[in-house]
Design a binder for this molecule. Structure first.
Ligand code: DLL
Length: 437
């Protein structure tokens, strides 16, 4: 009893937490059994370790089970990890990845109900209700963003405007004409929408839009501040991945201090990415997720490659679900320059803390005289670009110092003219790696 009961936790919270842990254990045991009985790949992995579903007696026994990784999906392409016959699979999605075959995920009717439910909660957590007009500008199709947000918004009873990504001028026209109150898309695409609106003489702050539900790519608090002030909205972070369900694994609440994980459906662990050891709440590492109630393609201990920490302190909003911190980066996004680990998000934080730039930048990695170098190209605002050379040079120095101060490496920083860096209608690609390996 004393394990959980502390000054910060009321008796009611304690009961809720205990109930949640019981529910998780019950669901975990069921899903492990289901995967073991129906997915040969998983069964082999368990057998190699002399493990059986009955070995999961407590939640911490999960730590004994093997990890699943992206290559497990690639190696069993397309349907090798499915745990139900195709006649029960009612939807497929796929994520393209950078090389080779996509990874494919499937859903039963019940899995879709779970997804709708978590997405409905996610939108409600972002302050939305059935009164809202929600424009879904995540891509529709094999990507999970569009349809995930769409059905969640319908389940909430909101009015959905399914624009998908692209055709930005029309997005803005519809936003104004339909009285859109919330937009779901990637943060980088929303930045582009703000720019395009301004070009047509529309100030987003004067439109009815009040909320953005942004995710599918890393973004920083500095980016949030820019978006919130230039569009006059509250911008919420939403997290998810195709392998687990799509968007709706975790989302912020009005406190905007980390994303609550829908722990009754997705069990989070943080591991040391090098050793695989499970880390205590609060420590940074790689997020590992287990689906507790997805039957077409159960994922047990899936290594997401996303770096974060679990926040278990109670949240002021009253939700007792634990939170994950903003995803600072994927472990695959990190680059090592002359022995120093650098995350693109550090560079974004530094750039956007200085006024005078647009939110568009590229990070170019190259090799010069056998040494790795970083060049950062940043777009300046129209006002500054037409201004004196002297203020441009002072901005350049200011930005260089901000980035170098944060990453501890010398960089080359170039200011480029407005509208020269390619905009994104989906996930932005900001790192260009030209190093000779
Ligand atoms: O991006 C699902 C999604 C759609 C999430 C819409 C949120 C909103 P995938 O294409 O499979 O699925 O990409 C998943 O994107 O492992 C993270 O690296 C990254 N990611 C997703 N949300 C966030 C976020 C969708 N809020 C991969 N912050 C994940 C940082 C994110 N990275």
């Amino acid at each position: 009893m004393s394990l959980y009961l502390n000054d910060n936790l009321s008796a009611l919270d304690y009961v809720r937490k205990e109930y949640l842990r019981e529910l998780q254990l019950e669901r975990l045991r069921k899903i492990v059994q289901h995967a073991y009985s129906n997915v040969l790949h998983f069964r082999n992995r368990m057998d190699e370790r002399n493990l059986q579903p009955k070995d999961v007696q407590t939640l911490s026994d999960l730590g004994k089970l093997p990890f699943m990784v992206k290559t497990d999906l690639r190696d069993t392409y397309p349907f090798g990890l499915f745990a139900v016959p195709m006649s029960q699979v009612v939807r497929l999605h796929a994520s393209s990845g950078t090389t080779g075959k996509p990874i494919v995920v499937g859903y039963t009717q019940k899995d879709l109900e779970v997804w709708n439910e978590v997405m409905k909660r996610a939108l409600a957590s972002s302050g939305l209700t059935h009164e809202d007009v929600i424009q879904v500008a995540y891509g529709y199709g094999l990507f999970t963003g569009g349809l995930g947000a769409h059905y969640g918004a319908e389940a909430l009873g909101a009015t959905v405007v399914p624009t998908s990504g692209g055709n930005t001028q029309r997005q803005i026209m519809l936003m104004r004409d339909f009285g859109t109150t919330a937009v779901c898309c990637t943060p980088s695409y929303f930045c582009y929408m703000i720019e395009q609106a301004a070009e047509s003489g529309i100030d987003m702050r004067e439109l009815p839009i009040r909320v953005g539900v942004f995710g599918a790519e890393p973004w920083t608090n500095e980016m949030r501040k820019r978006i919130e002030s230039s569009a006059g909205i509250k911008a919420y972070d939403i997290y998810g991945l195709s392998e687990i369900i799509g968007p709706g694994v975790a989302v912020e609440c009005s406190c905007q201090q980390g994303m609550h994980v829908f722990e009754d459906h997705f069990y989070p662990e943080i591991i040391d990415p090098d050793t695989g050891e499970v880390l205590p709440d609060g420590e940074f590492g790689e997020l590992v997720l287990t689906t507790l109630s997805k039957y077409a393609m159960p994922m047990i201990r899936y290594r997401t490659r996303d770096l974060t920490r679990i926040i278990s302190e109670p949240c002021k909003c009253g939700r007792t679900l634990r939170r994950i911190d903003r995803i600072s980066s994927r472990s695959d996004d990190m680059f090592i320059i002359r022995g120093v680990n650098v995350f693109p998000s550090q560079i974004e934080t530094a750039l956007l803390s200085v006024e005078g730039t647009t939110a568009n930048y590229n990070i170019i990695l190259s090799t010069e005289h056998g040494l790795d170098c970083i060049e950062v190209d940043v777009e300046v605002t129209e006002e500054l670009f037409s201004d004196k050379v002297r203020s441009m040079e002072s901005l350049r120095q200011h930005l260089t110092a901000a980035v170098e101060g944060l990453i501890g490496l010398r960089i080359k920083l170039k200011l480029v003219a407005p509208n020269t860096i390619q905009r994104s209608e989906g996930k932005a690609r900001r790192v260009i790696d030209r190093r000779e390996h």
